[in-house]
Ligand binder design. Structure first.
Ligand SMILES: Nc1ncnc2c1ncn2[C@@H]1O[C@H](COP(=O)(O)OP(=O)(O)OP(=O)(O)O)[C@@H](O)[C@H]1O
Length: 583
């Protein structure tokens, strides 16, 4: 229960509903005692009449009607209260589930990029859906059934002992056996159900990958292999389902058997006691009802125990994420407006998970409003520089300042708000193109959206679609070409009019002519914006105020187009090669 303690804060928020739920449960269980008591009385009355002990038939009839009305009234009231109990406790559990999901989601948003690189999306999704659902089972049904069972025991057992103590002991004996048996079975059911779940998720992964990669599958004629793989996993999944069905099939017969045994015990022992004259005949039906009232809650003890164990395991997984301190924290809540002077002095950076020393003693400066281009072979550390400017990671040592303030001393929100970032692989949401562009600026008008699209040279492509800016992208919407995606992503960044623009090789999928147009437009609209362009193409870099060339995390060349050409190094070679290709 250690892990579940974390939920107490949440429970406290709804304590009155809980207390109400407990009170209502106690009253409703108390009312349910009237049924067995009065059934017993009715049988005794009829028995007395049968033996000729009652002579006033009319008075007896009146008593019978009264008893039946009492049974009806108490049962009805108990039913209404049971409904209220469910309303209180189960509704609270849904509120708690909602609160918990929000807490987990907010924590996800706080966590740094490194966390997402280390954890699989499926796992993140599972903790917020599957695990939270299992915890809800503890917060709702498990607690409700436990309260129900405890109160039922507290009222029924004293009533039984009060009526017939010996018979009560014999009747109660088989119940713990039932409880243990159900516990063992439901544990096995859970084990098998978990396996079924795992196989189902394998099946989902295979089908999802087959659908997403359908073009590769068709091009390589891999359909038969995929079929075979799918059939294999589907077969395993079916076997696991059958295993589960087998054990589930045991559950109810076992319950019926044990209830039957308890009933026989009541009739056998009770019958003997009636013959001995120690109890009335009406006590037998009264006890039969008690047994049936107690069986379900007792059976449920095993089930509830399992539910709590599962919730404990799930909450442990949730806590693992909740307890993580984000690697990147905002150390300054005071506003720090950003102008965009960026300076790297002997910056070193190593990726913790791979231990790759991605930047080695990197130094350069960009004045506000100037453009820096970064070139270099793949894996040389270009994107890493952009990630450090966006403070997605903190540097190991050296100094990285923006407007002469160490980057970690800036208000993180101000820093991020001042940056327009276009990643290497443009990610667009399954929403309209217009909304995807406006994502960079919440209150953007249609004119602003179109102006950004025009500057990113994608406006014409968009207006060619039948629905224009309303065209929905994503799984069920249309898919844009690589170059179109990149340009929509650029429009999203520039609509924000940021102080710093970071372009991570985001012109790679557009032809050089369009690239030229975009860069010229950018020059006009981002006059005061510090721009960093990562590229493999000299054409993207040649007009920059400053160019650096990286190799294996080191700056090997630094200057502008002319000085680097004169240098006759990597840049000059690259330029010569690329000019040759264009010719
Ligand atoms: N999140 C990460 N975790 C661990 N290592 C990483 C991570 N991102 C990049 N690296 C490693 O750091 C080095 C520099 O990567 P970076 O992405 O900065 O290169 P790049 O110059 O932008 O390459 P490309 O031109 O292919 O995009 C590479 O060796 C890469 O494998």
């Amino acid at each position: 229960m250690k892990e579940l303690k974390k939920l107490n804060v949440l429970f406290a928020k709804y304590k009155w509903q809980f207390i109400g739920g407990v009170i209502v449960t106690i009253i409703s269980r108390y009312l349910s005692l009237y049924l067995p008591k009065y059934v017993g009385k009715i049988i005794n009355l009829l028995n007395d009449y049968d033996k000729g002990l009652i002579t006033d038939k009319e008075a007896m009839k009146d008593d019978l009607v009264l008893y039946i009305l009492i049974i009806l009234g108490s049962t009805l009231l108990a039913a209404v209260l049971t409904f209220v109990m469910r309303q209180l406790i189960i509704v609270v559990s849904r509120h708690l589930e909602y609160d918990l999901k929000n807490i987990v989601y907010q924590q996800y948003q706080r966590l740094s990029l490194g966390f997402y690189k280390q954890n699989r999306t499926g796992d993140l999704m599972n903790r917020i859906s599957e695990d939270v659902s299992k915890v809800r089972m503890y917060m709702g049904p498990a607690i409700m059934y436990s309260i129900n069972m405890i109160t039922l025991f507290a009222v029924v057992i004293p009533a039984m002992i009060d009526t017939a103590p010996t018979l009560a002991i014999y009747t109660i004996i088989p119940l713990p056996i039932l409880s243990v048996a159900i516990y063992v079975i439901s544990r096995e059911i859970n084990k098998r159900a978990t396996l079924v779940q795992e196989y189902l998720s394998n099946l989902n992964t295979i089908s999802q990958e087959a659908f997403s990669g359908i073009s590769v599958i068709k091009a390589y004629n891999l359909a038969p292999q995929m079929n075979e793989q799918f059939t294999q996993v589907a077969n395993d999944s079916k076997d696991k389902n059958i295993d589960l069905a087998r054990i589930q099939a045991l559950f109810f017969p076992l319950m019926v058997l044990l209830i039957g045994l308890s009933n026989i015990m009541v009739i056998y022992i009770g019958g003997k006691q009636v013959i001995d004259g120690t109890i009335d005949v009406g006590t037998i039906p009264e006890f039969l009802i008690y047994v049936n009232m107690l069986t379900w809650p007792v059976a449920i003890v095993g089930w509830v125990t399992n539910m709590i164990q599962q919730a404990e395991a799930s909450q442990k997984r949730i806590n693992e994420f909740l307890d993580i301190d984000p690697a990147i924290k905002n150390l300054n809540e005071a506003p720090t407006p950003i102008k965009g002077n960026i300076s790297f002095k002997n910056v070193n950076f190593t990726y913790e998970d791979t231990n790759i020393h991605a930047l080695k003693n990197v130094s350069f400066e960009i004045a506000s409003g100037k453009t820096l281009a970064i070139l270099g072979k793949t894996g040389s550390g270009k994107s890493t520089i952009l990630e450090l400017i966006g403070r997605l990671y903190d540097i190991d040592n050296g100094s990285l300042t923006v407007d002469d303030i160490e980057i970690d001393q800036l208000n993180l929100n101000d820093l991020r708000n001042s940056i327009g970032y276009v990643p290497q692989d443009a990610f667009l949401f399954s929403d309209s193109i217009g909304k995807n562009i406006a994502f960079g600026k919440k209150d953007a008008s249609q004119e602003e959206i179109e102006a950004a699209a025009k500057n990113a040279v994608v406006h014409k492509n968009i207006t060619n679609f039948t629905k224009g800016y309303e065209t929905v992208l994503g799984e069920r919407g249309i898919t844009l070409s690589g170059g179109q995606k990149q340009r929509v992503s650029i429009a999203r960044a520039i609509i924000k009019k940021p102080q710093i623009l970071l372009f991570d090789d985001c012109l790679s999928a557009v032809d050089t002519e369009t690239e030229e147009k975009i860069l010229n437009n950018l020059k006009k609209v981002t006059k005061d914006t510090t721009t960093v362009i990562v590229s493999h193409r000299v054409s993207s870099a040649k007009n920059a105020d400053q160019i650096i060339v990286l190799e294996d995390g080191n700056i090997i060349e630094q200057g502008n187009h002319e000085s680097l050409l004169a240098n006759q190094g990597y840049y000059a070679d690259l330029y010569a090669n690329q000019m040759l290709q264009e010719d």
